[in-house]
Structures are given as structure tokens and as C-alpha cells.
Design a protein around this ligand. Structure first.
Ligand SMILES: Cc1cc2nc3c(=O)[nH]c(=O)nc-3n(C[C@H](O)[C@H](O)[C@H](O)COP(=O)(O)O)c2cc1C
Length: 302
């Protein structure tokens, strides 16, 4: 189960996805105690953000619809939590950053680096991060290229992963843009959509923001396909994300080409024990097929 990822050695390939239990050092520590190999912080930007009013997260049969609106305490507070986490845990921590402008991405990364996270994950794909064109920066190749260059320049030796969504001009093409501009890894995918659910009694959209990102089992096929496409097109490693709930889903991600697998919505539905459960299933699968490491079957579906 030991996994090498860039310059990191991890006990297993499972990561806590950004936006779930990643606000405080103590909540992230609790996830680690339940078998998680690395944690990602909630995305943060320069100033604290309140986010959208409730209801901002709605469960449905096959996942979650959310428009949290990137609520966060701001970069300086986030840095304190990252430092605190590093004091109480040896597990790698990934700092998730975003900006309202391209320049802000660089500034936030600079602040994040004060805590020396093991990786900077750059969120260019949240449905709530809009460029001046009204689309996420991650849907615009030029913006994504510039953000990647900027953050990598600031980050130096600290690896940078660009988190892409399934939309825009094609995730394989966008991943290539990131690789060509210095990204060390790709995180695929962010939430899909946006989508909408309507309360049939009130006869209005359920979310106060009306629309939100779709996550959980509903998006697993989109996430697996995205990882498969990205793996074909770039040689940097992939953090496969989206809809992974059971060990079988994690195996699919690895067969598609993921080096690490992150879990978000599964933590909501299955509890933090989900990490140990998936690790157990992965171990049994490897024994059954006679694999001695995850690398033995990574990309095997190609
Ligand atoms: C409530 C909620 C909040 C999220 N917040 C963030 C965030 O701050 N930054 C980010 O990059 N992704 C965020 N995400 C997206 C997840 O990290 C992940 O990419 C997505 O939910 C798909 O994975 P999953 O199906 O395992 O949840 C959020 C997802 C949910 C459900």
C-alpha cells in the first residue's frame, strides 16, 4: 500500500479531498487516524469569505449538490492550521489555494508556503471561481497556463497540482497546458455541473444559490473517464477524485491511471472509517491478483 507520489512517500494512496473536514488541524488529524494517507485543506484565498447562505449543501440519492461558495477563514488563518497539523502529524498535507484574480493565486500561494505544505493544489475549477469571462479560470487555457506558471514560480521546489474540472475545452487538453507550464501533478476532477434540484413543495430551487456542483457516486463515471483521458495525454501523476465511495471505485481510478485517490462526498455518506475500509478492499484486491504495489496495476485499463 506504500505509495510514492512525486517526492513524497505515503502509507497508502488515499487523500482527503479539499472542502471536507479540511478547515482545522484537529479535524484533519481525525481523518488521518482513520487511515488517510494525505490530507488536503479547504481551498482558501487572500481574505476570509463567508460563502453562500444556507441551504448550501443538499444530499440526494446519488451524491451531493453544493454551493458552499468557497467559505474560508483566509490565507493567514489557513497557514496557522497547516503549521499546527504538521506539529501533530507526519502525514503529508496539501494546501488548496484559489484567487479571485490571476495575480491573487500567486499571492495566496506565497502565504501558503510559509507553512511549507507538501504540495500546493491550485483550485482553478470550482464552479464558484469565475474569471472575467464568467467561467472558471480552469476552462480558459490561457488563464490556466498563466496561473500554473505563476504558482510554480512562487512554489519553487514544493510540488504544484492543478485541480481541473470535467468541463471547458476538454480536460486532457487542459492537463497538457498545465504540464507544459510547469505543473507537477493534476487533480481530476472538481465537482461536475453545475446542477440544480427543485423542492417540489416550495416549487423553488433547493440551494439558495440555485445551482451548485455535483459530487459523489453520480459523477464516478465522469471522473474515471477524465482520469483515463488525462493519463493518456500527460506524464505527470494524477490525483483521481470524484465519486469514489467503495474500494472497487478506487481500483477503477488506479486502472484509469491515478497515482493517488481522494475522497470527499464518501466521507459525508460513509463516515471517516471509509478510508480504512477502502484500504482493506484495495489490499485484498492486490492479494487476489498477486500485486505487490499499486504501481503494478496503475493505468492497467489502457
Ligand atoms: C461540500 C463540498 C465542498 C467542497 N469544497 C471544495 C473546495 O473548497 N476546493 C476544492 O478544490 N474542491 C472542493 N470540493 C470538491 C471536492 O474536493 C471534490 O473534487 C469533488 O467533490 C468530487 O469528489 P467526491 O465525489 O469524492 O466528493 C468540495 C466538495 C464538496 C461536496
Amino acid at each position: 500500500m506504500k505509495t510514492s507520489f512525486l517526492n513524497l512517500k505515503m502509507n497508502n494512496p488515499l487523500v482527503l479531498a479539499s472542502g471536507i473536514l479540511g478547515l482545522t488541524a484537529s479535524s484533519m488529524k481525525r481523518v488521518v487516524e482513520n487511515g488517510c494517507g494525505a490530507v488536503t485543506t479547504k481551498s482558501f484565498n487572500l481574505e476570509a469569505r463567508k460563502g453562500h447562505p444556507n441551504p448550501s449543501i443538499v444530499p440526494f440519492d446519488h451524491g451531493l449538490l453544493n454551493a458552499v461558495g468557497l467559505s474560508n477563514p483566509g490565507a493567514e488563518e489557513a497557514v496557522k492550521e497547516i503549521s499546527r497539523f504538521k506539529e501533530i502529524s507526519d502525514v503529508p498535507i496539501f494546501a488548496s489555494v484559489f484567487g479571485r484574480t490571476i495575480e491573487e493565486y500567486g499571492k495566496v500561494a506565497e502565504i501558503a508556503l510559509k507553512a511549507k505544505p507538501h504540495l500546493i493544489e491550485v483550485n482553478v475549477s470550482c464552479p464558484n471561481v469565475r474569471s472575467e469571462f464568467g467561467t472558471p479560470f480552469g476552462d480558459v487555457p490561457e488563464d490556466t497556463a498563466e496561473i500554473t506558471r505563476l504558482v510554480k514560480q512562487v512554489a519553487g521546489d514544493i510540488p504544484v497540482s492543478i485541480k481541473l474540472g470535467p468541463h471547458g475545452p476538454g480536460i486532457a487538453r487542459m492537463a497538457k497546458v498545465c504540464e507544459e507550464n510547469g505543473a507537477d501533478a493534476i487533480t481530476a476532477i472538481n465537482t461536475a455541473g453545475p446542477g440544480m434540484l427543485i423542492d417540489i413543495n416550495v416549487q423553488k430551487p433547493v440551494l439558495s444559490n440555485k445551482t451548485g456542483g455535483v459530487s459523489g457516486p453520480a459523477i464516478l463515471p465522469i471522473a474515471v473517464k477524465s482520469v483515463y483521458e488525462v493519463y493518456k495525454n500527460v506524464s505527470i501523476p494524477i490525483i483521481g477524485t470524484g465519486g469514489v465511495t467503495y474500494w472497487q471505485d478506487a481500483v477503477q481510478m488506479i486502472l484509469a491511471g491515478a497515482t493517488l485517490i481522494s475522497l470527499g462526498t464518501a466521507v459525508y455518506y460513509e463516515g471517516i472509517e471509509v478510508f480504512n475500509k477502502i484500504n482493506g478492499g484495495l489490499r485484498d484486491y492486490m492479494n487476489q491478483f498477486g500485486y505487490t504495489s499499486i504501481a503494478d496495476f496503475r493505468g492497467g485499463a489502457h
